[in-house]
Ligand binder design. Structure first.
Ligand code: AMP
Ligand code: MG
Length: 491
């Protein structure tokens, strides 16, 4: 084991509850030290929330910890075991290039996983080198923090450290380690792993642990594992609805990339949609469009069915009854999803109360946006600020009809136009991390070690509902290109 080291008042305060699960769930292991760690980015505000001193983290000792060269006091590093359906195919996975240091207990008593991503090989690395490149780690930092600012549950990014060592992909790249912060790293795939390689006692131990940690109310229920399944389904329905409302495409919704706590996890080939099209796919490896924008709710429900399968032995002794119970819960996903999505869409359109034709109104708008290749984010912004001219809104009689119906809908409600606008402003972001802006910031940082572009982007993305003048230039969609934007897995 590496030497324990406690830099003066960094504030690390670890517990290791995951390490108290049966041995099957992890392998204890230290990070692989790196040559010459240097801090590239540090999230001061997140550090503060975690009870950590940003200055201490910036010091040489602090950076050594963020690089995996030193182990903070109380940490107990381990690689988590999990399985997963990747593009529909079931395999054994596990942390192949990440280690859980432990759970930081915040001054408010909250518990967050602290994970180093890119920390070296583990028994789950298969053919991989256990390392990560700077570009993808910075990309995860930018997008996860943007998602958080948009109000979407997500893992967070505390720091990115360069290692001083190259990583070899198609070309030689700069190596880096990301410190990821999560409610937990329990995945649908962790349950699949327990169900396939463990006993039903192991599944139960994992379920009890997840319930205690994330769904304490379910513990008191009579049919508690069924209640657990239901709550996981509800959280996912809410999460996916939020993705759809901002045009986020995860890109690789394998069951190992779905967190039980309901956070967005694993920012690989994800991206935000520009012009509205449910068939939008950015990921270079998603050739069939399995994880296209419009498929995300269906895939979530499919993944949750895999989760329910793993829980079957806990739902009922009689397997047929267990299956029936699970099916009933899974079939409710669509209803939960639709409720969240529709209530979010109402808010985006400034609608306070429900009317039965609202869904139709929303769907017609989306279909017009699709037909006219209108920018998703900017259409809602134009509606918010009442700008009918410009290129964001379709200029045709069909759209004018829709607009008149929407205006009539708004007139039927009691709320003032100021209140309506305030509702819309708080649900329609002024900025999203547009792909071309993210690329520009990454290029400056990775190619020229210039972080000013990224710092500015992060600042603008930190308050997406501010609608400040500085945000205007970041709202521009990319210039039309003949080559579609492609994202690559975060390797
Ligand atoms: P992901 O596509 O990031 O969800 O990763 C899928 C699986 O591949 C996980 O088990 C990762 O830990 C593993 N993995 C990804 N990249 C590497 C790498 N460079 N070295 C070892 N394992 C990796
Ligand atoms: Mg993953």
């Amino acid at each position: 084991m590496a030497e324990n080291y406690a830099p003066a008042n960094a504030g690390w305060k670890f517990d290791n509850s995951y390490a108290r699960l049966p041995d099957l769930f992890f392998t204890r292991l230290d990070p692989n030290p790196v040559n010459s760690p240097e801090l590239a980015l540090l999230n001061d505000r997140l550090a503060e929330t975690l009870g950590l001193n940003a200055e201490a983290l910036r010091s040489r000792e602090g950076t050594a910890i963020l690089a995996g060269n030193e182990i903070p006091e109380g940490a107990s590093p381990l690689a988590q075991a999990y399985a997963g359906h990747q593009f529909g195919h079931f395999t054994m996975l596990g942390d192949g290039r990440a280690l859980l240091l432990g759970e930081q207990i915040t001054p408010g008593g909250e518990r967050f996983d602290i994970q180093l991503k890119g920390s070296g090989r583990t028994p789950y690395s298969r053919g991989g080198d256990g390392r990560a490149a700077l570009g993808p780690m910075l990309r995860e930092y930018i997008i996860s923090e943007a998602m958080h600012a948009l109000g979407i549950p997500t893992t967070r990014s505390l720091a990115v450290v360069t290692t001083g060592e190259p990583v070899y992909r198609e070309t030689e790249l700069t190596g880096a380690v990301l410190t990821r912060v999560a409610a937990s790293h329990l995945r649908v795939g962790t349950f699949q792993y327990a169900a396939n390689w463990g006993s039903s006692q192991d599944v139960q131990a994992l379920a009890d642990y997840a319930m205690e940690r994330h769904f304490p109310d379910t513990v008191k229920e009579t049919d508690r594992y069924l209640a657990f399944l239901r709550e996981v389904i509800k959280r996912q329905a809410s999460l996916i609805a939020r993705w759809q409302l901002v045009g986020f495409i995860h890109g690789v919704m394998n069951t190992d990339n779905m967190a039980i706590a309901g956070e967005t996890i694993d920012y690989g080939p994800c991206a935000f949609m520009n012009s509205y099209d449910p068939a939008t796919v950015f990921s270079s490896i998603d050739r069939q469009g399995r994880y296209a924008f419009g498929n995300q709710p269906y895939i979530a429900s499919w993944n949750l069915a895999r989760f329910a399968e793993a829980l079957l032995p806990l739902l009922d002794e009689d397997q047929e009854k267990a299956i029936k119970k699970a099916e009933e819960e899974i079939s409710a996903f669509g209803k939960y999803y639709r409720e969240h999505w529709l209530s979010g869409m109402r808010a985006k359109l400034g609608i306070f109360q429900e009317e039965s034709e609202d869904e139709e109104l929303v769907k017609e708008l989306l279909s017009l946006m699709h037909k006219h290749e209108a920018d998703y984010t900017n259409t809602f912004l134009a509606l918010t600020f009442g700008t009918t001219e410009g290129n964001a809104l379709p200029d045709c009689s069909e759209f004018a009809d829709w607009y008149a119906r929407w205006q009539a809908r708004l007139k039927r409600q009691q709320e003032s136009s100021e209140k309506t606008m305030a509702l819309m402003k708080s649900h329609n972001p002024a900025v999203i991390p547009r792909n071309h802006r993210v690329e520009e910031a990454l290029e400056a940082a990775v190619e020229h070690e210039d972080y000013t572009v990224m710092e500015k982007l992060l600042k603008v993305l930190a308050n997406p509902y501010e609608h400040s003048p500085e945000q205007a230039e970041y709202a521009e969609p990319p210039a039309p290109s003949k080559v579609p934007y492609r994202t690559y897995c975060g390797t």
